[in-house]
Design a protein around this ligand. Sequence first.
Ligand code: HEC
Length: 482
Amino acid sequence: MLNFAFCQNDNGLKEAISAFWQEKGRIHLNTRLSTTHRRYRAWLSWMTSLFFLGSGLWGAGFGCTTPTSTESSAETAQESESTDGASGDVSPENNPDQIAILKPKVIATISPEVTVFPLPEKLKGKEVLRFANVSGGDTLIGGVGGFFVLKEKTFTLASDQVDVIGIAPWLQGGFAVATSDRIYLWDSQLQTTLLHQQLGNSPITALAAYREGSLWIGTRDKLWRYENERLVSFDDIKGVRSLLWVATLKTLIVKDSDGKDVILRQDDLGQWQQRNFESEGVALIQALPASRSDYWGLSDKGLWLRKQRETTAAWWPYRIQPNEKNEETLALQQIAIEATSGFAWVFTPTELFRIEGEDASKMPRPSEISADISLIHSASDGTLWVADRQNLTRIGQATSSITYNQHVAPFVSKTRCTNCHASVGGQAFPLETYEQVKPRAQKIVDALKAAPGVLAMPPAGYPLVGGDAALIERWIKDGLKE
Ligand code: HEC
């Protein structure tokens, strides 16, 4: 069945035509706002009636998004034509008969190390916990009742003077600690900053690290970015409830007060593109970036992967354990993105799945992780931290030190660097062995941070699906071990 939606934006200057069609459970979405749409106008009037008929029959009811106003903030961009790089993947759209759903080819069973840290008494039973760690540095947890530093296996009280609503790595191994009316710098002691004075009188509601020394600050009124001692506001993002910054994909996920996800992504020209997926026909509970162009979505029907190809995007049903009708048989609860690899973690009541490109692995859900998860955090050493109201559980081995074979080689792997940095058929010096990578470690850090005078890596348009400069920096600090 064919459905058309006709949308008109605020200023009435431009019409957007979105064509949706559903076929074999897939939802296609044409994101092109072409100038040639003018010729559709004539027949649009009667097509519009078909749309209402169609959506009525279908019962799905597509709406139009009102493009977010950009006037109030020069930094906030509209949902625009596809600016994301086209993915190099073989598109299933070209083989509609072959693939109706995506699913892992193989599901391996893994048994990573699981370590349980009981929460400090003061934080037990609290709904929202904040967490941050710095590779090679401290791990902090906080909430209403103060914040604590994890030393070895126990939490040491850092301060019970403040009710923490956000913690983020900030300056030189220190942390920014936010309460509803202050932002502190914690560097083995708590120091007051004057940042709150510039945020208006709106209560601070969330905090996330941006680049080195920079922060995202959510308030009830708007979203702010603090960088180079300057605050920039995103006025149309209101009621921020939580913030998640995925550095490697230059993407910020904002949960608003309605629990909806708004995604801010910096494009290759440095512009911030804002989008939500409300008008795209999948009722998402959660959305997360999967690569520079693709997104994961979780709805009550299961997992979806939004694949972008040039101007066309489609939500593909991703079924971990499909039945013969291609419906998900698992009760999926939550998804998370692993910072170093870009892989997705999927939580069910009894198992945890990790989707790794075409394959997946699974492990039994540790019994210490109750249904009441308040936080999932992926650390740059590859460990996943999960908090409920009683415990903080670490999945994966805490690395005493970073090694080439265990951490760096997978990071510099095919999908990121060695497709170009190869001895055979490569377009740049090879980064395939310990001997080749070791002498360039600092250069790699500079390239990943896009430091001045160095080519930013990976180059524009190529997705960096995992890992960040912090991993390589820590490798250097740990002595460049093989
Ligand atoms: C699309 C191809 C491509 C990808 C992907 C890519 N590079 Fe490069 N890289 C290049 C080219 C081309 C150069 C320039 C080589 C030269 O100058 O000889 C380069 C240069 C570099 C340099 C030197 C920068 C300078 O200014 O001295 C570093 C370091 C580097 N790359 C690291 C990486 C890392 C790490 C990754 C993966 C995260 C990566 N590259 C991914 C193509 C790529």
